[in-house]
Design a protein around this ligand. Structure first.
Ligand code: SF4
Length: 374
């Protein structure tokens, strides 16, 4: 396959096959791959700004029976450190989030064996009664699958009830690699790849905004990364015309500090900055029907993320006023509302605050300096 032909197909927004994508990933010079992806970004996101967000990841519970091999966050039922977050804690955290400029909670937790649909419906309703304007970006397909199983219900019924209770959008959590060989090795307690995709398709039919993610750099092959990308774009192709579907795609790297995957199987994240930038460019090229590509500064750091803005990415994600899951596996990077904007400017772009629907937000007139106390 000649690289020039593949560049031409990519620039024409053609859907490249797995083999064509792999040929680009493995053979194209990085600068040429960056150029093609950057051209696509300029066409898909012509305003040229780099968007970012202020929200807070709050965990409903750390109790989980899924036992993912890359997760240091969860505790088994009955563990001394197990918790379910109470309303007083939510109030404190939401009040702080608003004072620190945020408009949203990313609300996730573990697969608690006793927390069914009613628990989440009551929680979302209560939070919305207390804070009608706060957005709830909540749960993820594996948690929806878990609740569905507990309730012996259907994805549609669970998603409909959660949406009515106050769910504003569904994060693309727990995708890892959407290939069951990989999932059996690293997260076999979670839903399989087809159920993850089915739940997203159901969410799209209910016009719930979602995002796609990919956690790579562990036991997957390069081909499996491409299978993942193709599955994401196929679900996106089937969304109803009026639905937003996957508003963004976020590839991020496995964090390996003290995880079982590293300690028992000896799996380390060996992803280099070059490889991450390639994956960002490839994501832009392989997903012509997903508008926003986000660079994961949390897992790869500021400098690599800045280069990604010239390699197809147009979004820097959230400053995450609180984050406990990925950080527990070693992600060391932090941004404040000032430093993220500075980083975007250093990379040569104008920063633009947004919400989860990728609508632009005015910067709050007063933002209190965050005191990190969690
Ligand atoms: S990643 Fe999520 S589902 Fe997996 S063990 Fe951790 S909390 Fe549970």
């Amino acid at each position: 396959m000649h690289l020039d032909e593949l560049y031409a197909k990519a620039l024409n927004f053609d859907m490249l096959t797995i083999e064509e994508g792999m040929a680009l990933f493995e053979q194209a010079p990085l600068t040429e791959l960056m150029f093609v992806a950057n051209e696509l970004r300029k066409k898909q996101v012509p305003h040229g700004k780099v968007t970012w967000q202020i929200d807070r990841n709050v965990n409903t519970t750390n109790v989980c029976i899924a036992n993912c091999k890359f997760c240091n966050f969860f505790r088994i039922p009955g563990h001394a450190d197990a918790y379910i977050t109470d309303i007083a804690t939510y109030k404190k955290k939401i009040d702080e989030t608003i004072r620190w400029g945020g408009d949203q909670l990313l609300l996730q937790g573990g697969h608690h064996p006793e927390l069914g649909l009613q628990f989440y419906v009551d929680l979302f309703k209560q939070l919305k009664q207390l804070y009608p304007t706060i957005k709830l970006h909540t749960l993820g397909p594996p948690e929806i699958a878990h609740i569905t199983k507990l309730e012996k219900s259907t994805h549609k019924e669970v998603l409909t009830a959660l949406k009515e209770a106050g769910m504003d959008s569904l994060p693309g959590a727990g995708a890892e690699i959407l290939v069951d060989r990989v999932r059996r090795l690293i997260s076999k307690g979670k839903c399989g790849s087809q159920e993850w995709l089915d739940i997203m398709h159901e969410a799209h039919k209910l016009n719930i905004t979602t995002s796609g993610t990919m956690m790579f750099g562990h036991v997957e092959t390069v081909r499996e990364r491409f299978e993942h990308l193709v599955k994401i774009r196929e679900v996106q192709s089937r969304k109803p015309a009026e639905a937003k579907g996957f508003l963004a795609f976020i590839p991020w790297t496995f964090q390996d500090v003290d995880t079982l995957l590293t300690k028992i199987r000896g799996v380390h994240n060996l992803t280099t900055p070059d490889e991450y930038i390639r994956m960002i460019a490839i994501s832009r090229i392989m997903l012509p029907n997903v508008k926003n590509i986000q660079a994961s500064w949390l897992t790869v750091g500021k400098q690599t993320a800045q280069i990604c803005l010239h390699s197809g990415a147009n979004d820097f994600g959230s400053i995450m006023l609180e984050e406990n899951v990925v950080s527990a596996a070693g992600a060391p990077h932090r941004f404040t509302y000032k430093s993220i904007q500075q980083a975007i400017k250093e990379a040569g772009f104008e920063p633009q605050l947004r919400n989860q629907q990728y609508e632009w937000r005015q910067m709050p007139q007063v933002i209190e300096e965050q005191v990190i106390d969690y």
